[in-house]
Ligand binder design. Structure first.
Ligand code: NAD
Ligand code: UD1
Length: 309
């Protein structure tokens, strides 16, 4: 099969590209390299540099594909609040461009939604039937993608699958920006012997899911398309607090650094734990890699595995 992966030079997208190529598929990547890098990209993939806000570029990339994995987005919640209009264009209009381009061939669209759509909904663990209550521009736009995914299925007959990723981590997650995922930042700082910054009291929790598990879910969603629109949590069902995470990263790296507590981020979700049962019943598995195991894999990819306890 021939697949388009938008955002295929990014953290999650580049792992997906590796899997698709290993399974014998052809892969075209559309990416503007704004947060991704060609260093991440498997040389066997075909690459087009372009922006998801450009409908003509999306149409051209979609011309011959059997399915699209839409991962291109501005993944930072904090950045979405600071750059509201631009992130909206990328994160929601970009999705509509992809769905619109899928109309002609009715090819399946598997796209990244997010746990951020649940916002301040306190029902834990969060299941797909719980009310979306986004608190940030990012969460609102991801929910918008799901609504347009429904329109794509109902009006245009495009099979759409939204995967509500919880907090994904693993090798190739870029730690360099202040907006990067917390695990990538903590691992990088511990390795450099720099203090960890915790925003808020550190009692906020996240359901951390390893990138290898996420890629299996993306693949399963494409291989089992259905008519209509569907959404799934991609999560483990287990919570880790940011305080606990700081400790676990230091343990896995075998070194200690100071931990500093700073003001909480605006719109930061207090507790986020997903219910993986719908995913498991549809695909026959759920993410299983524990944070301890995943951290060891991440740190060993950074060359510190032999130091780990
Ligand atoms: P990432 O920043 O590593 O990857 C995003 C990719 O999209 C990058 O290669 C970037 O260059 C590209 N991109 C950004 N804007 C673009 C544009 N306008 N046009 C074309 N390409 C563009 O982030 P990631 O963590 O790999 O996230 C992938 C997807 O998963 C995103 O949709 C994100 O919102 C979603 N997601 C991520 C997490 C997580 O914990 N990492 C959780 C939930 C959802
Ligand atoms: C993350 C993803 C987002 C996804 C969402 C799903 C990234 C960059 N963001 O958002 O795409 O949709 O999960 O749940 O991957 N923190 C610190 N110190 C730091 C960095 C972060 O204490 O140095 C805290 C944050 O305040 C937050 C938690 O760690 O409480 C997680 O932050 P972050 O990794 O940025 O992810 P989310 O905001 O949950």
């Amino acid at each position: 099969m021939q697949y388009l992966v938008t955002g295929g030079c990014g953290f999650i997208g580049s792992h997906l590209v590796d899997k698709l190529l290993a399974d014998g598929h052809s892969v075209l990547v559309l990416d503007d390299l704004s947060t991704g890098s060609l260093d991440n990209l498997n040389p066997e993939a075909e690459f087009v540099r372009g922006c998801i806000t450009d409908q003509a570029a999306v149409d051209a990339a979609m011309r011959n594909v059997d399915g699209v994995f839409h991962l291109a987005a501005i993944a930072s919640v904090a950045r979405s609040n600071e750059e509201w209009s631009w992130t909206h264009k990328v994160n929601l209009t970009g999705f509509v461009h992809v769905a619109d381009a899928a109309r002609a061939r009715k090819c399946p669209v598997v796209y990244a939604s997010s746990a951020a759509i649940y916002g301040d909904n306190c029902a834990l663990p969060l299941s797909e039937t719980d009310e979306p209550r986004p608190m940030t521009a990012y969460g609102a736009d991801k929910l918008g993608c799901e609504l347009h995914g429904r329109v794509g299925a109902l009006i245009h007959g495009i099979p759409t699958t939204g995967l509500r990723f919880f907090n994904v981590y693993g090798p190739r997650q870029d730690p360099k920006s202040p907006y990067s995922g917390v695990i990538s930042i903590f691992a990088d700082r511990v390795m450099r012997g720099e203090p960890l910054k915790v925003f808020g009291d550190g009692h906020q929790t996240r359901d951390f899911v390893y990138v290898g598990d996420v890629v299996r879910c993306l693949d399963a969603a494409m291989q089992t398309p259905v008519r209509g629109a569907r959404v799934f949590n991609v999560c483990t069902g287990r919570a880790t607090s940011i305080r606990e995470l700081a400790h676990l990263v230091m343990m896995a790296a075998g070194r200690e650094v100071a931990v500093r507590y700073l003001e909480a981020r605006a719109g930061d979700i207090h507790a986020s734990i997903g219910d993986p049962r719908r995913l498991r019943s549809a695909f026959g598995f759920k993410p299983e890699t524990s944070v301890g195991t995943g951290l060891m894999q991440l740190l060993s990819s950074l060359g510190v595995g032999e130091k780990a306890a």
